[in-house]
Design a protein around this ligand. Structure first.
Ligand code: HEC
Ligand code: HEC
Length: 314
């Protein structure tokens, strides 16, 4: 009896939850013109700083930083299998998005809602892409429209309770901000560090996934890879525990050193940081990110990159 009441209660809660209205309006009625400028900019953004192709392609786990396999751009299928359940990188080639309108693609990128009006799980970085101005988003749309069509049916997402309902509360309206002038290194670097998710991955979070106050970019967020935990580094200017002692040239050359994917020799210590994609950024852009990182508050926080048995996924 008690069980029946509980099940009934749960059904009521579930019924109501699916009625939670989304906080976003309908997709825009818009056609994005595909121009050579947009294709060039879109490809640069998608394959480097916003690393769309790192999450939406086939990746090679035998190489450091899971580089995407050439020729598989946008085909999707990568399983993000974590404590919240399982979500697959979608197929974003024209085979899958062919019947989406440009407005629907824009809404997916900036507001986190698909063409059926359903929420996207925020592994898809729409909350960060949401600051991107119109022209930047149009460039991304132009680029993904130009991808080679690859037919690939990806798995179905399964979120654990209560995230499967809470997910509906995450989408919010696109909030485009003016593009900072690239000569304003700090502002432009902050823009890149936001849309590149540096800030998101390098700021520690609590169990509600909220960033810890006063710990911006201080590292220590755990990521789970098969049989391994990797922890994000402190990239504040603290000279002992952060990157305060790195010169700009040194910072840039560390990124550039991943241009050619590196085969793992021991098969274990891998990373979620998309180094290979970021290595494609221009020196100016990496330099701007460096200039921005110099301006954040130094935080003393020593991080063990591979904490080993100290933590477990359960
Ligand atoms: C950190 C990984 C990650 C990055 C980076 C990322 N995505 Fe996604 N994206 C996902 C996942 C996972 C989903 C599926 C979410 C779901 O099923 O709820 C998704 C969903 C989508 C969708 C919706 C597709 C559908 O069929 O519902 C589009 C479109 C998309 N992404 C495009 C992009 C573009 C363009 C970029 C770069 C600007 C990008 N993504 C960057 C992980 C990522
Ligand atoms: C998906 C999460 C993720 C994203 C996105 C990410 N990082 Fe990282 N980063 C990590 C993790 C985990 C490590 C530690 C393992 C390693 O070295 O790869 C790391 C390491 C680093 C290091 C090495 C620091 C040191 O000396 O030990 C630097 C520098 C860095 N990240 C900068 C950045 C910048 C700049 C960006 C944005 C352009 C960024 N990261 C985006 C997860 C991420």
């Amino acid at each position: 009896m008690k069980n029946k009441i509980m099940i009934l209660g749960l059904l009521v809660v579930m019924g109501c939850a699916s009625l939670i209205p989304l906080k976003v309006g309908p997709p825009q009625d818009i056609t994005v013109e595909i121009t050579p400028e947009r294709l060039t900019r879109g490809e640069y953004l998608a394959t480097t700083v916003t690393h769309c192709t790192a999450c939406h392609s086939k990746v090679d786990p035998e190489y450091y930083s899971y580089p995407s396999v050439p020729g598989t751009d946008g085909m999707g299928g990568f399983p993000f299998d974590e404590a919240f359940g399982i979500v697959y990188g979608s197929n974003i080639t024209p085979s899958a998005l062919g019947n989406w309108t440009d407005g629907e693609i824009i809404q997916a990128l900036t507001e986190g809602v698909n063409n059926k009006g359903a929420p996207l799980f925020p592994i898809m970085p729409y909350d960060r892409l949401s600051i991107m101005p119109e022209e930047e988003i149009y460039s991304l749309v132009a680029y993904i429209r130009s991808l080679k069509p690859i037919s690939n049916k990806v798995g179905k997402k399964k979120l654990k309770f209560p995230l499967n309902y809470i997910e509906r509360t995450f989408p919010k309206p696109w909030d485009p901000q003016p593009l900072p002038d690239s000569s304003d290194k700090v502002a432009y670097g902050k823009y890149l560090a936001t849309i590149g998710s540096c800030i998101m991955c390098h700021t520690p979070i609590n169990d509600k996934m909220e960033p810890l106050e006063g710990m911006d970019l201080a590292g220590g967020q755990d990521f789970y890879l098969p049989g391994l935990v990797v922890r994000s580094s402190n990239i504040t200017p603290d000279s002992l525990t952060g990157i305060g002692n790195h010169s700009k040239d040194n910072f840039i050359s560390v990124f550039k050193s991943f241009r050619e994917p590196i085969k793992l020799t021991d098969g274990t210590n891998n990373t979620v940081m998309p180094w290979v994609a970021f290595a494609g950024m221009t020196e100016e852009d990496l330099g701007a990110i460096y200039e921005y990182l110099r301006t954040v508050k130094p935080v003393k926080n020593r991080v063990e990159k591979y904490p080993g048995d100290e933590v477990s996924n359960e």
